[in-house]
Design a binder for this molecule. Structure first.
Ligand code: F6R
Length: 361
């Protein structure tokens, strides 16, 4: 039931902290401060390569997974759209893990991609939110995200749980491959453990009036471009997807550095650019992209912590020194789409033309 919330989507956004907490439960060795994913034991030692296959929001979580795994280990990671991957010859390393990320566990293309890999003798792992779903029968091993049932068609808390799962996977693999930066990994685990409480605190103090002011800007824009670099790139394209799904506003997401290779031609008054800035390493570069937009008359909405923002952002995030900023920015982006859709009077939980699980190709 929705409780005091107006829509399931709203309720599920506020369930993000619990989704992180439940996904962490029992997966960190008590006292050791080490991630233990016993689910992966049957896959054997860490692989020479990882290939994520997924669709939609789950594809965006996979892109984050690549970033996190590659920063904590030496394992090369690829991310593939399941519907493309499944019809291509497999040119991946022997012993690679093919990881299907799917909230429902029933997405036809992701199942097809995993089947394709399994037939060619690759080890397969399912990262899914639904115990007993089809993908858990297809894959060699399953890592469950524990967001609980998600009713809203637009994925919110399940995405948060997927971010948690790929972060855990990165920490698990870091331990197994020998750490490039042991210290970085320990710090990263501390941040992950603190994330549920920090996200809870952030959501508890969310400034809905400020989000509504931004939602009005979105609703009155002809086109919305989401940009981001590094960690912010998957957050940006996920922000654009969410906006399209429930507000039907024309929107797209690009890596910040790609703007000048084409999309900048679209910038003029009436076009809005939304920029999450949680990747501390690349924030300065993203700011230079933002300046380029402003110089051409575009309006920019920035979502940033003090560390990544030389000026007051449109929506401020709490101080951060690691990856947990992605949870804060995601909450703001989800709420921004949600409040825009409410403002427009749309059916938020049942957007037109969309189904919760896509069981046909
Ligand atoms: C976005 C959304 C879809 C799904 C996609 C994959 O809000 O819900 O893009 O993410 O259809 O679904 P799963 O994760 O069930 O494979």
């Amino acid at each position: 039931e929705k409780g005091h919330y107006r829509h399931f989507m709203e309720k599920e956004i506020f369930e993000g902290p619990r989704a992180i907490m439940d996904t962490l439960e029992g997966r960190i060795a008590p006292g050791h401060g080490r991630v233990m994913l016993s689910e992966l034991t049957r896959l054997g030692p860490s692989p020479p390569e990882i290939v994520f296959v997924a669709c939609g929001t789950s594809y965006h979580a996979s892109l984050l997974g690549r970033q996190l795994i590659e920063s904590l280990s030496d394992i090369p990671v690829r991310v593939e759209i399941a519907s493309e991957f499944r019809y291509r010859p497999l040119r991946i390393r022997k012993g690679a893990w093919v990881v299907g990320v799917t909230q429902s566990g029933e997405t036809a293309d992701t199942l097809g991609a995993l089947d394709h890999a399994r037939r060619e003798g690759y080890l397969t792992l399912a990262v899914t939110n639904v115990p007993g779903s089809s993908i858990t029968r297809e894959a060699e091993a399953t890592l469950l995200t524990r967001a609980g049932p998600e009713i809203g068609v637009a994925s919110t808390k399940a995405f948060v749980a997927q971010m948690t799962a790929v972060w855990l996977l990165a920490l698990h693999l870091a331990r197994r491959t020998g750490l490039r930066e042991e210290e970085g990994s320990r710090r990263s685990l501390e941040l992950l453990l603190r994330a549920p409480a920090r996200l809870e605190g952030f959501l508890g103090a969310i400034d809905l009036a400020a989000i509504d002011r931004l939602a009005e800007k979105v609703a009155s824009s002809r086109f919305v471009i989401f940009i981001g670099r590094g960690l912010d790139y998957p957050l940006a394209i996920e922000g654009a997807l969410k906006l399209k799904e429930i507000t039907y506003r024309p929107a797209d997401g690009y890596p910040g550095g790609e703007l000048k290779h084409g999309p900048i031609a679209l910038i003029e008054p009436g076009v809005l650019v939304v920029a999450p800035l949680v990747d501390l390493d690349l924030a300065a570069k993203e700011w230079s992209n933002i300046r380029e937009v402003e110089a051409r008359g575009g309006t920019v909405v920035t979502i940033a912590s003090p560390e990544s923002s030389p000026v007051a952002p449109s929506y401020p995030l709490p101080p951060t020194d690691g990856w947990e900023g992605m949870f804060f920015a995601t909450a703001v982006l989800q709420l921004l789409s949600y409040r825009t859709a409410v403002l427009m009077g749309n059916d938020v939980d049942q957007p037109r033309n969309l189904a919760k699980s896509v069981t046909v190709e």
